[in-house]
Design a protein around this ligand. Structure first.
Ligand code: ADP
Length: 499
């Protein structure tokens, strides 16, 4: 009898949908299922998810992927998990039921708590230990909010009756019964010391968070427990776990220091592998754990551009300048350049390296000759310029040039944008063949742990490029364009509506 082929099941629990993807040994997709779930907005700026719906959609997606791939459950070798990061879940140790909705990474409800902590002068200590800034984005102050709002929860947490976890922990708990996480997720909580690789007693004390609620931290590629057989009909091990951005870095095979990935979605998420040392940023970037393969941490620098693909949505939906996002490429290519028009889409302020929440969107250089095509081209170029600013800041912090940029996300389908990115950065931009790079990263972590893939070299051999964009722009032109962009950024930052 011929042995049946085996596969890795990757669970990709995102902000708006739960997805499951089955990969074969070549890293190719053999089955996918995606299910959207409810976004809950109790107040302006607040975002919640129902943890039970996260779990039920994720389980249904896993079943759907197995069905789509037409395989038997016992052909699943192992399970990898990747997830929306920072989202906080609190549940009852005895019943396994959530005691509150999940507070989503986007939720700003703990802004005042962050402000108070900053006023206490804690920013430097927090950055040194966690690599993060005191922002509501991260899980720690979401937990503080819950305990301040519901004293009963604090009492129960102190008695050891509750469990806290980011979404990975919540899934692992439901899949296997164990209370665990990995360092990429732990490093987004504000409670984890990324240098020492453990929950930080001093931070727990300052934030007044009972240690009893925290999950055990295990390497990203290691055994997180065994699936309860009744769920999928197989008792496969869960052996991979990483937050979505780190999983994408891993899926892109950015295994060497100096390799970076940029996801061109609504915003851009940029991560660069900095090797075995955490690099402290002087440019408002975050320092985070990239992964732990059980032999010490690999670290990364991280930054994000708030408005990237969203500027194209804006052109389409609010301005009516393009019918669809693909038209932006045709229009941009129909003109030689942007006609000296620069658009700074600081619609919600500017992120790293600027961190200017008060900056607002600005267009400079408009003349009587400016056309729709120039305007659209300037919008696309702004995505590349903003990413350039971030990547250059990373290079400065790291002290070494970035070797190449691996790209993914919806807007990476835009050839004009990718070529312009390579040109203004003077680095090559590479697109992978498999689009589902985040899920693939989690699958690799899981398969490396069980020996499905022997080592990183084998995984790397799987990595296939779809296309590489080489820089073609003359240095003089690049310098001129970047100089003008920087002036446009200054303009965006100098205008303050309340002045
Ligand atoms: P997210 O995961 O953040 O929702 P996606 O990776 O699905 O985002 O990418 C969607 C974004 O990419 C949208 O903002 C859209 O405007 C942009 N986008 C999609 N296709 C193109 C294109 N061909 N050119 C430019 N932008 C695009």
């Amino acid at each position: 009898m011929v042995a049946k082929e085996r596969y890795i099941l990757s669970l990709d629990q995102g902000t708006t949908s739960s997805r499951a993807i089955l990969f074969n040994k070549s890293g190719l997709i053999i089955g996918v299922k995606q299910i959207q779930f409810t976004q809950i907005f109790p107040k302006p700026g607040w975002v919640e998810h129902d943890p039970l719906e996260i779990w039920s959609t994720q389980l249904e997606a896993a079943r759907g992927a197995i069905e789509a791939a037409q395989i038997e459950p016992d052909q699943i070798e192992a399970v990898g998990i990747t997830n929306q990061r920072e989202t906080a879940v609190l549940w009852d140790r005895a019943t396994g039921k959530p005691v509150h909705n999940a507070i989503v990474w986007q939720c700003r409800r703990s802004a005042d708590i962050c402000q108070e902590l900053r006023a206490l002068g804690l920013s430097a200590m927090v950055r040194e230990k966690t690599g993060l800034v005191l922002d509501p984005y991260f899980s720690g102050t979401k937990l503080m909010w819950l305990f301040a709002e519901y004293p009963e929860l604090r009492r129960r947490a102190e008695k050891g009756e509750l469990m806290f976890g980011t979404v990975d922990s919540w899934l692992i708990y439901n899949l296997t019964g164990r209370h665990m996480t990995d360092p990429t997720n732990a490093s987004r909580t504000l409670l984890f010391n990324i240098r020492e690789g453990k929950w930080d007693e001093e931070l727990l004390k300052v934030f007044n968070i009972p240690a009893a609620i925290l999950p055990e931290v295990a390497p990203s590629s290691s055994n997180f427990g065994t699936l309860r057989k009744e769920l999928l009909g197989v008792a496969a091990p869960v052996t991979g776990c990483a937050g979505d951005q780190q999983a994408a870095l891993f899926g892109h095979a950015c295994y060497e220091p100096g390799m970076a990935k940029n996801t061109y979605g609504t915003g851009c998420f940029t991560l660069m592998n900095t090797g075995s040392f955490p690099v402290e940023s002087k440019h408002n970037l975050l320092t985070t754990v990239a992964w732990d393969l059980g032999k010490g941490y690999t670290y990364a620098l991280e930054g994000s551009v708030f408005i990237a693909g969203a500027v194209i949505q804006w052109l389409r939906d609010q301005m009516g300048l393009v019918a669809d996002s693909a038209e932006s490429e045709r229009l941009a290519k129909s003109v030689e350049d942007s006609g000296e028009v620069f658009l700074v889409p600081a619609f919600v302020g500017m992120g790293a390296p600027y961190w200017d929440p008060d900056a607002r969107g600005t267009v400079v250089g408009i003349t009587r000759g400016t056309t729709r095509a120039h305007f659209v081209r300037a919008a696309l170029e702004s995505i590349a310029y903003q990413s350039r600013d971030l990547l250059v800041a990373m290079e400065k912090d790291f002290g070494r040039p970035i070797s190449c940029i691996k790209a993914d996300g919806g807007a990476s389908a835009n050839n004009f944008l990718m070529q312009f990115q390579a040109d203004v950065l003077d680095r090559s931009v590479v697109l992978p063949e498999v689009g589902e790079i985040t899920a693939l990263g989690a699958a690799y972590l899981a398969g490396l742990s069980t020996g499905y893939w022997e080592n990183l070299e084998e995984v790397e051999r799987n990595w296939r490029r779809k296309r590489e964009y080489l820089p073609e722009m003359a240095a003089e032109k690049r310098g001129r364009l970047v100089g003008s962009w920087e002036k446009a950024v200054k303009a965006a930052r100098s205008y303050k509506p309340e002045d």
